[in-house]
Design a protein around this ligand. Structure first.
Ligand SMILES: [Zn+2]
Length: 724
């Protein structure tokens, strides 16, 4: 124990040293916890951007980009790369934001050149860069100023004196050793360039370029490997503001002439708390016919056409709704992935004390592991955790009852398992592309026989315990682990026949089979939907919702949305504002923004909760895994030592971290109210709110068309006392 403790200390010292050195290099930008990114900035109001979709499923790069541009007030559309085929459709935008992985056609490269010629700016992030090089277009890289590229691991970098570092100058940066659950002790993977032309603005220790700015007549490109739009990628917790400043500088440099005089949408959104049920909408006492009402995160948005309100004029918007209940606007979650509620705490009531201390409204304990271990009395074939077996009562039932007694909702986390399945049905094994099962055998979740035991285990959990919902953990998706068993191949054959598509053995796919591969992906998505629908029906039988994790990526959010009642994003390696992407496309479906709690600076966690609330999230939470705890030094948080020299098994909550979470969760309603007050109207940025009052069954506001983009939408103008 002593040895392990020492190692923990060594680790802490290492981490602190990393933060200190980095902080010294940019003292001017040192962290002030109360001035992080919690305000919705509007420095780029009036600008508009196209965000290109790409194949990248990792690291939520698309949601991060969407989040960071929209929080600056930009209008962002999320489009297929085919939009470049018609350059005229790009003309209205000020910039294109993209990942480097695009296999552009020569015609598309020409399209991008003409966008640049018209004065457009293109921002290219090269992170995350792993996943193969086949989608990197060298002609496009040359257009951006790179002669060639390679991948390397870096532990530090230098931001040169350049437009990027305006306001603070050349800066050396030590990179964080971990990001969320990923440890980068060997360095961070980045793409580096040999510069052809353009200005190399970031370098590694050997002088290799990690970023190039290049002018193209009026237009400009910026290709960066350090991803300042994601302050968690290359920046320690203490350097959030530096990352933010660099990205601001990049955008200003990309679009030096300001924004184009775009046609204004002439529509504003008037926003209500999410639970509002709108009855009628009036503009200057005239009813708005068939108003578009849509749920977006913590808001119910009502679109009001305002073309009739000319520049300099004012108008009154009145929205009536069913009487609003007094209720919270933000849910606060804790997710314990293992059986912490029974392994770390001695009794159900002690486990709930911990939740109450943190001001939690929802707890999500992992109840069944991928190995079929259950933290409740499961069915034969699964393995009940010892403490549950030894406990005199039914531990989980008592925990649920105690949560309910103290006003906390409890959602059960559920992993699919292969235990017990393969003994009974050896042919239901998952098969890899090489025709062999995995070394650690796994089950085919497309095969009904492979689903059988998992569905039975699921049914028993739902029917025997009074949970408020179930959430599938991350091993239910076929697309994450394509299976090449006979069942899958034959079933895909039938799927192709039904659609009149020529079938080909999935094991023999080559790069030329891109179209059929896309059909196969659709097949796998459909297969997972069928499986999830069976589970959803079981939940519906008890009137509880089924949720699932989507990793925070916009594209994965889309194909997951239909199969669940609510979704969650593990927002560990990207900023909390990345959730703006999924929230923007989910409508009624709730999204849980799950943040990382281990080894974080307490003030950074507190700021991140505020950032999540101000990104429009309705639910924010923390992932906390505990193997054990040290009662003598509770302020050191809960650590294990059990992982020995394996650092990522020594996760712990920093001293003061629990108090930080408790404080942040306690303040979420207050944060939401002040954010809501400033965001009562969104949409056409020429409009501001002059005055207004929110009552139990109606909101009345006076709006004004300022004729040009207004810096502030609302100067504390609306009385929302009713919600307090
Ligand atoms: Zn299969």
């Amino acid at each position: 124990m002593v040895l392990a403790l020492n190692k923990t200390f060594v680790l802490i010292c290492l981490l602190m040293a990393a933060c200190c050195v980095a902080a010294e290099s940019a003292e001017k930008l040192s962290l002030a916890s109360n001035e992080r990114l919690i305000e919705t900035k509007s420095s780029f109001a009036g600008y508009s951007a196209v965000l290109l979709k790409s194949d990248i499923q990792w690291n939520a790069w698309d949601s991060t980009m969407y989040g960071t541009l929209t929080r600056r007030g930009m209008e962002v559309v999320w489009e297929e790369e085919s939009i470049i085929d018609t350059p005229a459709s790009l003309a209205q935008y000020d910039m294109i934001a993209m990942n480097v992985r695009h296999k552009f056609t020569p015609a598309q490269i020409e399209g991008l050149k003409s966008f640049l010629a018209s004065g457009g700016g293109i921002y290219i992030t090269t992170s995350p860069c792993w996943g193969g090089n086949d989608l990197i277009n060298e002609d496009f890289l040359r257009l951006c100023g790179a002669e060639s590229y390679s991948f390397l691991k870096i532990k530090e970098l230098t931001l040169m004196d350049s437009p990027l570092t305006e306001g603070f100058g050349q800066t050396k940066l030590l990179l964080p050793i971990w990001v969320g659950h990923t440890w980068n002790t060997e360095g961070i993977d980045v793409m580096s360039f040999v510069v052809k032309d353009g200005n190399s603005v970031i370098r590694d220790n050997e002088g290799k370029s990690l970023g190039i700015l290049k002018e193209h007549g009026q237009g400009r490109t910026a290709i960066l490997s350090v991803s300042p739009e994601n302050y968690k990628f290359c920046f320690p917790d203490s350097e959030v503001l530096m990352a933010d400043r660099i990205f601001d500088n990049t955008l200003r440099w990309l679009m030096p002439g300001g924004h184009k005089e775009n046609l204004r949408p002439n529509v504003i959104q008037v926003n209500l708390p999410r639970r509002a049920e709108v009855v009628s909408v009036f503009l200057d006492n005239k009813p708005v016919k068939e108003p578009v009402v849509r749920c977006v995160g913590s808001l119910q948005t009502v679109s009001v056409p305002v073309a009739s309100v000319k520049p300099g004029k004012t108008a009154t918007v009145k929205i009536t709704y069913k009487p609003l209940s007094k209720a919270r606007n933000i849910e606060t979650w804790v997710h314990h992935p293992g059986g912490e509620f029974c392994s770390v705490f001695k009794t159900p009531s002690e486990a709930v004390d911990f939740l109450v201390r943190l001001n939690v409204t929802h707890v999500l304990p992992g109840l069944r592991s991928a190995g079929g271990i259950t933290f409740y009395r499961g069915i034969p074939g699964d393995v009940t955790y010892n403490k549950i077996k030894e406990y005199s009562g039914d531990y989980l039932s008592e925990y649920i009852a105690e949560c309910h007694r103290r006003g906390i909702r409890i959602i059960g986390g559920f992993y699919m398992s292969n235990r017990a399945v393969l003994d009974k049905y050896p042919k239901a094994a998952w098969i890899g592309k090489n025709g062999k099962p995995a070394d650690d055998p796994w089950v085919c979740l497309n095969n009904p026989k492979g689903q059988e035991h998992n569905i039975e285990a699921f049914r028993q959990l739902v029917e025997d315990y009074q949970l408020d919902g179930i959430m599938l953990d991350d091993n239910y998706q076929m697309i994450d682990r394509p299976c090449y068993c006979d069942y899958c191949k034959n079933d895909f054959k039938t799927y192709c026949q039904l659609q009149g598509i020529t079938y080909k053995d999935t094991s023999s796919f080559t790069d030329d089979d891109a179209k059929l591969k896309a059909v196969w992906e659709q097949y796998m998505i459909a297969g997972t939907n069928v499986f999830c629908n069976k589970l959803k029906a079981i939940c519906a039988g008890r009137g509880i919702p089924l949720g699932g994790w989507v990793n925070g990526v916009m594209s994965s959010t889309v194909h997951n949305a239909e199969r669940f009642d609510f979704l969650g994003g593990m927002i560990y390696e990207v900023p909390a504002y990345a959730a703006r992407g999924p929230v923007s496309i989910l409508g009624e479906r709730k999204f849980v923004n799950l943040l990382w709690a281990m080894n974080r600076l307490p003030e950074a966690m507190e700021a991140e909760v505020a950032e999540a609330v101000c990104s429009g999230n309705q639910a924010v939470g923390f992932w906390m895994q505990f193997y054990g705890r040290d009662d003598r030094k509770e302020n050191w948080g809960l650590y294990t030592g059990k992982g020995g020299s394996v650092k990522n098994q020594n996760w712990f909550v920093e001293p003061g971290g629990l108090d930080s979470i408790a404080r942040a969760f306690d303040r979420t309603e207050e944060m939401w109210l002040s954010w809501y007050k400033e965001n009562i109207i969104t949409g056409d940025r020429r409009f501001t709110v002059r005055s207004g009052v929110l009552q139990s069954d109606k909101l009345t506001i006076k709006i004004r068309n300022c004729g040009k983009i207004a810096a502030k939408k609302s100067n504390d103008a609306v009385d929302i006392k009713f919600l307090k």
